[in-house]
Design a protein around this ligand. Structure first.
Ligand SMILES: Nc1nc2c(ncn2[C@@H]2O[C@H](COP(=O)(O)OP(=O)(O)OP(=O)(O)O)[C@@H](O)[C@H]2O)c(=O)[nH]1
Ligand SMILES: [Mg+2]
Length: 395
């Protein structure tokens, strides 16, 4: 082999898309590229509709803002307050993924509440799943609603909200033990919901998503969603912990394959200069998605800054990659042309298993180069995001 095969040890884990390539059933590299671009488009545009419901004042609007990475008092936030502020289903698009829609459903506090009618009124079919919030024990209306959702074969999750309040007041007691307090709240809720079997209950604080069961809730959602919707869920999550960050990175790494193949690099037979002939649009889209998913864009940093009470400049000061000031064609071009590429990668290993690649030996080099650069860029952004989390005190 003419070129070196040095590879990040991590890269081996992500070789599974070769299966996908093999299954494309195409006869030319161009066709493969086009199909993969379609595949990326489909993943990016998949719709995810999340319904948030519960009694008046349960914390729905606040939870929705938190899911969208916004603070209560930000302009676009769902209105919150102590009076009944939400009367009709209201849709809130995710700030950077408009196809991810979070719906604030009307409160279910009325004594005349009829679950069946309610679900019809809110057009239950719209939603991928329901989250039923309660700020204390779950009431009869919550149960009736869950039973009706179950009949309609939709997933639902019980979330006991405002846990930070419980912890704060229990802390004043002499024998405070956080784990015991949490277990007791959970047991109480479960007892309440016995009629439904033993449904899971997640304890959440919208002000501190990094604590309690928010992560567990997201893991369950991820597991229950059909495969093609998981990417949208994971990328739309606010970066509130190292765990979320790692998960995002893991999903994005799989996109590197699709992006590198989809960029058209495989259709090239020569490499006139680094990455020439590569579709810069698809590369830009990948880096932009990664940047936003990691919460490195100006708006996300602004929200984070307000939440953790640290100036944006302080958060930004630890971002050392060339992407720190945003993703532009200029930045990406510079990154591509100045990165040292001393690898041609193990990509041959994958390429050799795909019949149509056999005729394009030089294409393999470009593909390897692009794969490597995308991977390197992603790693650098993830490192920036980790550093920001650390300064924010969320690590
Ligand atoms: N400490 C704490 N307060 C919360 C939390 N979630 C909501 N709140 C507060 O609880 C109050 C009601 O929250 P909302 O989000 O407006 O509740 P809602 O369910 O949207 O209420 P309606 O729209 O009237 O049905 C507000 O004052 C919030 O600030 C939380 O996780 N922790
Ligand atoms: Mg509300």
């Amino acid at each position: 082999m003419a070129y070196e095969t040095k590879l990040d040890p991590e890269d081996h884990i992500y070789l599974e898309p070769d299966e996908l390539i093999k299954n494309l059933k195409v006869s030319t590299a161009e066709e493969a590229s086009a199909k993969l671009r379609d595949h990326i488009d489909n993943l990016e545009n998949v719709s995810l509709n999340v319904a948030i419901t519960g009694m008046t004042g349960a914390g729905k609007s606040t939870f929705i803002s938190a899911l969208r990475g916004l603070n209560d008092d930000e302009e676009e936030s769902s209105p919150t307050g102590v009076t009944e502020t939400t009367m009709v289903p209201t849709m809130f698009p995710h700030p950077s993924m408009p196809n991810v829609k979070i719906w604030d459903l009307p409160g279910i506090g009325s004594p005349k509440f009829k679950a069946k009618q309610y679900l019809r009124d809110v057009k239950f079919d719209t939603y991928d799943f329901f989250i039923i919030l309660s700020a204390d024990r779950f009431k009869e209306n919550d149960l009736m609603l869950a039973e009706e959702i179950k009949k309609k074969n939709k997933p639902f999750y019980f979330v006991r909200s405002k846990i930070d309040n419980d912890i704060r007041s229990e802390k004043k007691k002499k024998k405070f033990n956080e784990q015991q307090v949490l277990s007791k709240i959970k047991d109480d809720c479960r007892r309440n919901l016995k009629k439904l079997g033993d449904p899971k209950v997640f304890l959440v604080s919208s002000h501190e998503l990094e604590k309690y069961d928010f992560q567990a809730l997201m893991d369950h959602l991820e597991g229950d969603l059909p495969e093609h919707k998981r990417y949208a869920l994971v990328q739309s999550l606010p970066v509130c912990s190292l765990q979320v960050l790692e998960k995002k990175k893991q999903y994005l790494r799989r996109m590197i394959w699709l992006t590198a193949f989809g960029s058209g690099a495989i259709a090239m037979t020569t490499i006139p200069g680094l990455a020439a002939g590569c579709d810069i649009g698809i590369v830009m889209a990948f880096f932009t998605r990664s940047f936003q998913a990691f919460g490195l864009d100006e708006k996300s940093l602004q929200s984070l800054s307000e939440r953790v009470n640290k100036p944006v400049d302080e958060l930004k000061s630890v971002m050392k990659s060339c992407f720190a000031n945003g993703i532009t064609v200029e930045v990406v071009r510079t990154f591509f042309s100045t990165s040292k590429v001393d690898i041609a990668m193990k990509v041959e290993y994958v390429l050799s298993s795909i019949p149509l690649m056999g005729a394009l030996p030089a294409g393999g080099i470009s593909l390897g180069t692009i794969f490597h650069l995308l991977s390197k860029g992603l790693n650098q952004m993830a490192d920036d995001a980790k550093a920001v989390l650390k300064v924010a005190g969320l690590e």
